[in-house]
Design a protein around this ligand. Structure first.
Ligand SMILES: [Zn+2]
Length: 684
């Protein structure tokens, strides 16, 4: 009984709701459809739906300097059905377009809709707008829609800031918020913080009289929705340091990443060559984009987190730490001063007898090949495969071979080969440490991004942990806790094991290969690297942090084809550290030398090498077989022909060093990413 009455009540309530909804829908239909396109009063007023574009959030640097703001522009809108009796010639003259342009644009607008407004001419200047506004009464069916475009006042940090583009049909399909003519962040901060930055669009309904004049809000604005401005962001970037670093990296190819170790805040992220971010704003955007794509130095490619580089000698540090933790070596361990495997051998330059600290100071190749072999082939493991897997897990805990999770789009994970990778290449149980020993000194099948290298420096500076490197510290005044950025990550290495490695790195700067990095009595820890490059001159690399106690800045600098680490990367890193810590430079000569150094014209640019040139050097199985391990899948398609072939350097096969193990594929990886950027597939 009570059940039935309950059901009746439900039916009644549901009925009332349904009626209300129906009434509401009818009302809405009346307001939106009937009234939209027809007259609504005796005064012949029509209703015009004006989009109220929210101001996009501003972006500031860590010291409050503006990195991105908005500038007012005006879109000229048209509602084709309302266009009547206009003086086309006069109109075209005003906009500086031809009659053909006019007809084309009207046709396009009609194809979109006869009764709905669409953009006739976008982003007209304030001057044109002023003249146009006076005469607008003569051009029925046209009106001006104010909106904003982005401006980047410092002309720096283009790869970090990113840019904004007009939404494509594909984006609109995927995300119902966007409508034709909307802008969306398509790279950098503009992309990763799009939802925070964009705000919420509003609508104003205004009445317009027969003379195309606005006569105020419809029904006192009761149907209007108010736009909500986007959130302002505070970036972790130091704008001055960023600009300074860009000057140092000018006319060089490479990347630089500086991070505050105790927070993971990215102080500076540079990929060189760069471009003025304002080039990709406004009406000239697509023209400029095309121009940048064709540039042979590939300025759109963000080398800081997309380029794979062999880490060279800088990799000896994490190799040592893994061996210390696993008890394979201790700070007193010594090895014979050569490393011999069959016909291959690794030798060293003369230096005093050494244990671990000295091995880091002198960057002793045999020491670290021996360490690697002692680890991987150790009796404590069932086989080399288990040994390698254990070693690999340590490296992974440093953020090597996986994405770190930076709050910027398109980060790549680098390459740290798995056992499956080697099984495929050499056959199961047909490889051991002596087959892949060059990993121990950072050569071989390793690809590490500068961002990952700088993060490893944070870990060593902090003696065992890191916060995810990130670029936005505040959203609308509040600490950015999104995207898991405040999480503390620990490596598998105990704090005590870092001391001897830091000792060695301090010796590198005080009495080793990076003496050029010294400044003002600051205790600096560092390591140079010279990454072998089969195409031309070696890459120059430096990683480090300062000061040793309470470190404030960790840094990685890679300069392609620049020779020894000490020649370019170490001085540039050192100047950056001094600039950040003291805001002035005590070594103007060094500064001038670095800023004036032009390596771009003299280098043998690897990126311009066509893959055909490498054909003769191919040995081994197809790279495509190795694809699942390399996770190349998503870009394999682009250059199928290219990456079906394994790329090994045969030229140096008789060389008595590890050089003959160096694959060319890291360059091919980078080449592929660039290809995707060129085909505009990367950012869509
Ligand atoms: Zn040595």
């Amino acid at each position: 009984m009570s059940n039935t009455s309950g059901r009746n009540q439900q039916v009644v309530v549901a009925g009332i709701f349904t009626s209300l909804i129906v009434i509401f829908i009818i009302r809405l239909f009346y307001v939106q459809i009937i009234e939209e396109s027809y007259t609504v009063s005796a005064n012949n007023n029509v209703l015009r739906y004006m989009t109220d574009y929210p101001a996009r959030g501003m972006v500031y640097d860590r010291n409050g300097k503006i990195l991105a703001f908005n500038q007012a522009v005006y879109d000229l809108m048209v509602i084709p059905r309302q266009v009547k009796e206009i003086d086309t010639l006069d109109f075209c003259k005003l906009l500086d377009i031809t009659k053909e342009d006019f007809l084309e644009k009207i046709k396009k607008a009609k194809n979109y809709s006869r009764i709905r407004p669409s953009i006739f001419e976008k982003q007209i200047s304030a001057e044109t707008y002023a003249t146009l506004q006076e005469k607008l009464f003569k051009f029925k069916g046209f009106y001006v829609q104010p909106r904003t475009i982005r401006k980047y006042p410092n002309n720096t940090a283009s790869h970090v800031l990113g840019y904004i583009g007009e939404v494509t049909d594909k984006i609109i399909e995927k995300n119902p918020y966007y409508r034709q003519g909307d802008y969306i962040g398509t790279s950098g901060i503009e992309q990763s913080y799009e939802e925070e930055l964009r705000g919420v669009r509003g609508v104003r309904i205004v009445m317009v009289d027969v003379f195309n004049r606005e006569k105020g809000s419809y029904k006192n604005g009761s149907y209007d929705t108010v736009a909500v401005a986007g959130a302002n962001l505070v970036a972790t970037l130091d704008a001055d340091l960023q600009a300074y670093g860009e000057k140092l990296m000018a006319n060089k190819i490479g990347a630089l990443v500086a991070i505050e170790p105790k927070t993971g805040e990215i102080l500076s992220m540079i990929s060189s060559p760069s471009y003025d971010p304002n080039l990709l704003v406004g009406r000239a955007r697509s023209k400029n984009y095309g121009y940048l794509l064709k540039e042979s130095s590939k300025p759109l490619f963000n080398r800081a987190m997309q380029a794979y580089y062999p880490p060279g000698s800088t990799f000896k540090l994490t190799n040592a730490l893994a061996a210390l933790q696993e008890g394979i070596i201790n700070p007193m361990t010594t090895f014979p001063h050569s490393f011999v495997v069959g016909s291959k051998s690794v030798h060293c330059h003369p230096h005093p007898p050494i244990a671990l600290e000295g091995a880091i100071q002198y960057s002793c190749n045999p020491y670290f090949c021996n360490t690697f072999r002692a680890f991987v082939d150790n009796n404590k493991f069932a086989d080399s495969e288990t040994g390698y897997n254990t070693w690999r897990t340590y490296q992974e805990s440093f953020g090597i071979g996986k994405k770190i999770g930076v709050d910027l789009p398109h980060e790549l994970k680098g390459l740290l080969p798995t056992t499956t990778f080697y099984d495929k290449y050499y056959g199961r149980h047909h490889w051991k440490a002596s087959t892949i020993y060059s990993l121990g000194i950072g050569q071989g099948e390793l690809g590490i991004t500068p961002l990952q290298m700088a993060n490893v420096m944070c870990i060593i500076a902090n003696k065992g942990y890191f916060y995810t490197p990130h670029i936005i510290k505040k959203i609308a005044g509040k600490t950015n806790t999104t995207r898991g950025l405040s999480e503390k990550h620990f490596t598998k290495i105990s704090e005590t094991n870092f001391t001897v490695v830091q000792d060695g790195m301090q010796r590198v700067v005080e009495a080793g290969t990076a003496r050029v990095a010294q400044f003002r009595e600051v205790v600096i820890c560092g390591k140079t690297g010279t990454a072998q490059n089969p195409h031309g001159k070696d890459h120059s690399l430096f990683v480090g942090f300062a000061p040793r106690e309470n470190p404030r800045i960790a840094i990685a600098v890679m300069v392609e084809n620049a020779g020894f680490g000490a020649s370019w990367a170490a001085p540039i890193a050192s100047l950056m550290m001094e600039k950040f810590m003291y805001d002035s430079i005590s070594r103007p000569d060094l500064e001038e030398k670095m800023m004036k150094g032009n390596l771009i014209n003299i280098i043998n640019n690897t990126l311009e090498k066509k893959p055909e040139n490498i054909d003769a050097q191919i040995i081994g199985p197809s790279l495509k077989d190795l694809l699942p391990e390399l996770e190349l899948n998503d870009w394999a398609v682009v250059d199928n022909e290219l990456i079906e072939k394994p790329i090994y350097d045969k030229e140096n096969n008789n060389d008595n060093s590890s050089k003959n193990e160096k694959p060319l594929w890291l360059d091919i990886f980078n080449f592929n990413i660039i290809n995707r950027i060129e085909k505009n597939e990367y950012f869509s």
